[in-house]
Design a protein around this ligand. Structure first.
Ligand code: COA
Ligand code: AMP
Length: 644
């Protein structure tokens, strides 16, 4: 049965309405979801001046994703296609089966003592059991916190201490290409390191990696699944659904909170208005459930919309080749594919002419959406040429949880996408470019990207147990605005261009990482007097971190040995995903006369960008010394032979 689409609203009309009267706009969107108690009040500010959407109304996220569809005739439709080239598996799970599994797992979690408001950490690869665990938490009103499987024990320990989970759900292992990554030893090491200890760990045993189970704490995933099914707990719209930690500018990650009500309304709206998806169609976000994209567009968004979602466990290349993405699109008749530009660059590197795409029937595909980092025009053009569909770069953050700038294919009269631009503001987001004093800049002027308050539903209401850090990080610099941390501009026709972070956050292969945290770790090495970590340009990963270290006087260590130790330190503490491969010894770091390290100038030097010598620099000769080290070590786009 072909779904019937409602007539599409013109973009300009929808956008203007959303800013003129946000409460009325979102009241209408809120009618698209099934509430236990519908909202009577749309938007309030609490005593601390923080915004809350739909206070007092009640719902359950797992009900919206599963039960609702089963009750209304979608039970036999496939909800999730698990496609795992690394384990040679393709399986299809219907809405009814996903509901059954979720209700059992929720029952099992409850037997382990998990109740509404309790936290559950999920440290798993992209497997259906992880999706079930997320939905089971939502069913109980418990708060899940998924930790990306590539993070090292230290990172997991920091999250355990902050979230204080009653239970951690994990797996015996993951697969990176053909390499087995045993998760259990990492989990055990993290719990050992953390001050807070969870009562239980639930372990999914995978055939290729057998985990050692310790009596007392460890419980087998399948045993938890044997518990009787449980129903949905009614929660308030403002109750937290999940915490997702993301890198800030220090070693302590930010616990981004997502509430239940605003999240459901925003994601439901985005599925049709931004992605143009109808119930029954197939959506594939080629991301990881450990990231915001995975939460919103592998799990919740597609399921709220009654779509079929593809859960992919593999890489764009070498699983087994650079045609994998096209094989998945063809085999599952994917209508919309969403991935990061870095994945397209990886494919392009191995299949420059895009020949592998021609081996597959890609006629189902309507759009390729890209996000996670800026899409360079060359990658954009290559993808458009190879796939012959519109390529849409859109901009968002873990904090927003859904796109803030996009070309919205579900609305009419939308200006078409343009290479290099992330499009136009999505309804609800009053995106502004501000100068250093917080004044709006005219078109074509580059400045700080900010969003005028209130943020629409779905965006973070606060940081976990830290309203003050939330205010300090995002709201206090320019009163009345949310500060995104990105820089960019708007052109004369209203297209926005996001050019990169203006703080100590970098984006490595779509993974958001903190150079500040890396600096804290390097500085703890006994040989290091001071250091700077720069995010330099990388043709494959977008950016990669490079450390510059100054040795302590009198400390003797070979440069090569020190580099190896520092590279290992970052692998052990953050994870291999940081792709930290260079720690270069330098005599001094360039600073302003007031002592601030000039990271930007060093990055520009490494990237071969033209720059003017900062007038505040205390000694311009230091940059020449740094340049000499970069040249000698062939580090930086300007100096290296092979940067991947
Ligand atoms: N578990 C364990 N280790 C992981 C991991 C995970 N989930 N993810 C990455 N790693 C490890 C890798 O094995 C690699 O280790 P190594 O240095 O020992 O080889 C290291 O982290 C770096 O990984 P990555 O940057 O992913 O490099 P890669 O060569 O494995 O793959 C790309 C390169 C570009 C193909 C890959 O990064 C990619 O697919 N990126 C797209 C990311 C994406 O979609 N992000 C979504 C954000 S919206
Ligand atoms: P994350 O919170 O991990 O999703 O990372 C968010 C950051 O990724 C943003 O602050 C941007 O720096 C970057 N980003 C995401 N999407 C885009 C995009 N389309 N263009 C430019 N930068 C992007």
């Amino acid at each position: 049965m072909k779904p019937v689409s409602p007539p599409a609203l013109p973009y300009a009309e929808a956008y203007a309405a959303s800013l003129a009267d946000p409460a009325a706009f979102w009241e209408e969107q809120a009618q698209q979801i099934q509430w236990f108690e519908p909202p009577t009040e749309m938007l309030t500010t609490d005593a601390q001046g923080l915004y809350r959407w739909f206070p007092g109304s009640r719902l359950n996220t797992s009900y919206l994703a599963l039960d609702h569809h089963v009750h209304f005739g979608r039970g036999e439709q496939v909800a999730l296609i698990y496609d795992s080239p690394v384990t040679n598996t393709v399986s299809r799970i219907t809405y009814r089966e996903l509901l059954d599994r979720t209700a059992h797992f929720a029952g099992g979690l409850r037997q382990l003592g998990v109740e509404k408001g309790d936290r559950v950490i999920i440290y798993m690869p992209n497997v259906p059991e992880a999706v079930v665990a997320m939905l089971a938490c939502a069913r109980l009103g418990a708060v899940h916190s998924v930790v990306f499987g590539g993070f090292a024990p230290h990172e997991l320990a920091v999250r355990i201490d902050d979230a204080q989970p009653r239970v951690i759900v994990s797996a015996s292992g993951g697969m990176e290409f053909d390499k087995v990554i045993p998760y259990k030893p990492l989990l055990d090491a993290a719990i050992e390191k953390a001050s807070f200890k969870p009562a239980h760990t639930v372990i999914l045993q995978r055939p290729f990696a057998q985990a050692d189970m310790q009596s007392g704490r460890d419980v087998d995933y399948q045993k938890v699944m044997q518990a009787p099914q449980v129903g949905c707990v009614s929660v308030e719209a403002t109750d937290p659904l999940y915490i997702l930690y993301t890198s800030g500018t220090t070693g302590k990650p930010k616990g981004v909170v997502r509430d239940n009500g605003g999240h459901a309304v925003a994601l439901k709206y985005s599925m049709s208005a931004i992605y143009g998806m109808q119930p029954g169609e197939v959506f594939w976000a080629a991301s990881d459930i450990g990231w915001a994209v995975g939460h919103s567009y592998i799990v919740y968004g597609p399921l709220f919309q009654g779509c079929t979602s593809v859960l992919f466990e593999g890489k764009p290349v070498r699983t087994p080749d650079a045609g994998t993405f096209w094989r998945v699109v063809a085999e599952h008749r994917v209508q919309v594919l969403f991935t990061a530009p870095t994945a397209i660059r990886a494919i392009k590197k191995e299949d420059a002419e895009g020949q592998l795409a021609q081996h597959y029937d890609l006629t189902s595909l309507r759009y390729l959406f890209l996000a996670g980092e800026r899409c360079d025009p060359a990658t954009y053009e290559w993808a458009a040429r190879t796939l012959s569909v519109p390529v849409i770069d859109h901009w968002w953050q873990t904090e927003s949880g859904w796109p803030m700038l996009a070309t919205m294919v579900g609305l009419s009269e939308m200006p078409p996408p343009r290479a290099g631009s992330a499009g136009h503001p999505v309804p609800g987001y009053d995106v502004q470019i501000l100068d250093e004093a917080g004044e709006p800049l005219p078109p074509t002027h580059t400045g700080l990207v900010a969003v005028r308050l209130p943020l629409p539903p779905g965006c973070l209401p606060t940081l976990w147990h830290d309203d003050e850090r939330f205010r300090q990080s995002y709201l206090t610099t320019f009163p009345g605005y949310y500060l995104s941390g990105d820089g960019g501009f708007r052109d004369a026709e209203g297209y926005f261009f996001i050019m990169g972070r203006v703080d100590d956050v970098i984006n490595v292969a779509g993974h958001r990482l903190s150079t500040g945290e890396m600096e804290e770790l390097l500085a703890a090495h006994p040989a290091v007097a001071e250091c700077a970590v720069l995010g330099i340009a990388c043709p494959l990963r977008g950016q990669r971190p490079v450390g510059l270290v100054v040795l302590k006087d009198g400390y003797t260590i070979g440069e090569e040995q020190l580099e190896q130790e520092l590279v290992q330190l970052i692998r052990d503490q953050i994870g291999a995903l940081a792709s930290f491969r260079n720690a270069l010894v330098v005599k001094r770091l360039p600073k302003t006369r007031s002592g601030k390290i000039l990271r930007k100038s060093m990055r520009q030097l490494a990237d071969g960008e033209a720059f003017t010598m900062p007038s505040t620099i205390d000694d311009p000769a230091i940059l020449d010394e740094i340049r000499a080290v970069l040249v000698r070590r062939q580090v930086g786009l300007a100096f290296e032979k092979d940067s991947t």
